[in-house]
Design a protein around this ligand. Structure first.
Ligand code: NAP
Length: 465
């Protein structure tokens, strides 16, 4: 009896340490200087949570657990090695696995306890499997859209919101019937099935450009379903970890929506990104372009340069070349800083992570508001693979789908130079009037190669200005 109580105490202590590490992890993840420590704390916390659970006295046989751990490792290791640009869809897959797990555990628990399930338990169990089910299929759909296995364009039809709410309503009605009388066991599979369908229907009207926000919201749902599972299984660890996950995912989605000046409902029901094909087919207008040699001359003659990176820098993996450019210009006495848009790239903090990887000093990374104030005094704004986040239509074209989204005002700099491979639109699928302005020069080419060529030109001509 004593040893059992001892093992219980051990588990509780391990769980408390794990929870503390999860809280610290979130705290540390909120700043680039402590983010690595945050990831490490989260990893240790999760390892402790797994170890503590392995000491659970309800476990009678470790064979299946060992098989699951091996399988999980086989799937998890390659998932951890995907390219940085594929992290959003990878994250969506992780949510799908987590949500599937929650749904399966809830289902097992239902069939273990039915037909006599306490009302409270049945209530939270229903919440768990509805959220788990919709998050499972919703996350798979989101991953498919981002990986372009599924069409990115939003699919909308008349009365869609009504149909979706009716589907969700049906699942909730079944949940209520089951809470009233859990012996209606034949209803249970329908509740799960409807939740799975709802997950698909929820994502169909949402365009690819909104997927990162939706994934963060699905992250929140996965967390809430895990917290509900914590109530069903009487696990404080799950309740706390799920609540942290639920709250942080929700806050992140709200912040991302704010950074795009969109309401939450607009992200979920707005059908954003529908115009993609129409905009891509716009007729060609003349633009001015320049070579690496000309760009190097303009940059080395400048006093103040702001570099605005975007998704293209990430795809091209140009961050190390950008660091060389920063070094080369700084050596010549040019004041170089970086303008970081909160939704540049494909996930929050995308640019910060890449530039930190290339050891660009943090104090050179300026936030949008800060950099916009300095823009009229900036000699050159060098845009590297960014598009939507510099689109002036967001500021002055009411008919633009991104109207109202805060942007980096590169067009107010004396000269703008944009490195990208073509005139193709960015993720929102719309033309960028910046490219046709008199103070704009297009530098056509792959970001890594073009920046590399500018650096070569600068070093072949290293005299200062
Ligand atoms: P963007 O608008 O998607 O534009 C990226 C540009 O990079 C493209 O126009 C592309 O033009 C260029 N590019 C691609 N590969 C390149 C390469 N190898 N070398 C050089 N250029 C390359 O990117 P963004 O300005 O960073 O904006 C991010 C978008 O994602 C916004 O619409 C934002 O709302 C959305 N979004 C982001 C988040 C987030 O958390 N970060 C969340 C939700 C939504 P070419 O094909 O001509 O090269």
């Amino acid at each position: 009896m004593n040893t059992l109580a001892g093992s219980d105490l051990f588990i509780e202590v391990v769980y408390i340490i794990a929870v503390a590490l999860f809280v610290l992890s979130l705290k540390w993840l909120s700043s680039p200087t402590t983010a690595r420590r945050g990831v490490f704390a989260g990893e240790i916390g999760m390892a402790l949570a797994v170890i503590g659970t392995l000491f659970h006295r309800g476990i009678v046989d470790y064979k299946w657990i060992a098989i699951a751990l091996v399988l999980g490792t086989i799937i998890g290791v390659p998932l951890g090695r995907v390219a940085m640009t594929a992290v959003p869809q990878r994250t969506a897959l992780s949510h799908a696995f987590g949500a599937l797990c929650v749904t399966l555990v809830g289902t097992a628990e239902f069939y273990l306890q039915a037909p006599t399930v306490a009302r409270f338990t049945m209530g939270v169990l229903s919440l768990e499997v509805i959220l788990g089910g919709l998050t499972f299929t919703g996350s798979l759909m989101a991953a498919g859209k981002l990986q372009e296995i599924l069409p990115q364009r939003p699919i909308t039809y008349k009365g869609q919101n009504f149909v979706n709410f009716a589907i969700l309503g049906a699942a909730i009605v079944i949940a209520v019937l089951l809470v009233q009388d859990p012996s209606r066991m034949s209803l249970y599979p329908w509740m799960v099935f409807i939740a799975l369908i709802f997950g698909v229907m929820l994502i169909i009207p949402i365009g690819g450009a909104d997927m990162p926000t939706v994934i963060s919201l699905l992250n929140s749902y996965a967390g809430l379903s895990a917290a509900a599972m914590g109530f069903v299984l009487d696990s404080k660890l799950l309740i706390v970890a799920g609540a942290l996950d639920g709250a942080s995912g929700f806050i992140l989605s709200v912040n991302m929506s704010k950074a795009m000046n969109r309401s939450f409902t607009n992200v979920l029901f707005g059908g954003f990104g529908q115009i993609q094909t129409a905009a891509a087919a716009q007729e060609a207008r003349p633009v001015r372009s320049a070579t690496a040699e000309e760009a190097a001359a303009i940059l080395s003659a400048a006093g103040k340069v702001v570099i605005v990176p975007g998704y293209g820098m990430a795809v091209a993996q140009a961050q190390h070349k950008v660091r060389e450019l920063y070094d080369s210009l700084s050596k010549r006495g040019v004041d170089v800083s970086f303008g970081i848009h909160p939704v540049a790239g494909r996930m929050p903090g995308h640019m910060n992570v890449l530039l930190a990887e290339a050891d660009i000093p943090y104090d050179k990374l300026l936030e949008m508001d800060q950099v916009n104030g300095d823009m009229p005094q900036t000699d050159v704004a060098l845009v590297i693979g960014a598009n939507d986040v510099t689109n002036p239509a967001a500021r002055n074209d009411q008919s633009s789908p991104i109207f109202g989204m805060p942007i980096i005002d590169v067009d107010s700099a004396h000269t703008v130079m944009v490195i990208k491979r073509s005139m193709a639109p960015g993720f929102a699928g719309i033309d960028n009037p910046l490219y046709y302005l008199d103070n704009n020069l297009m530098l056509f080419g792959d970001a890594k190669a073009f920046v590399g060529n500018i650096v070569k030109e600068l070093s072949g001509n290293s005299g200062g200005h």
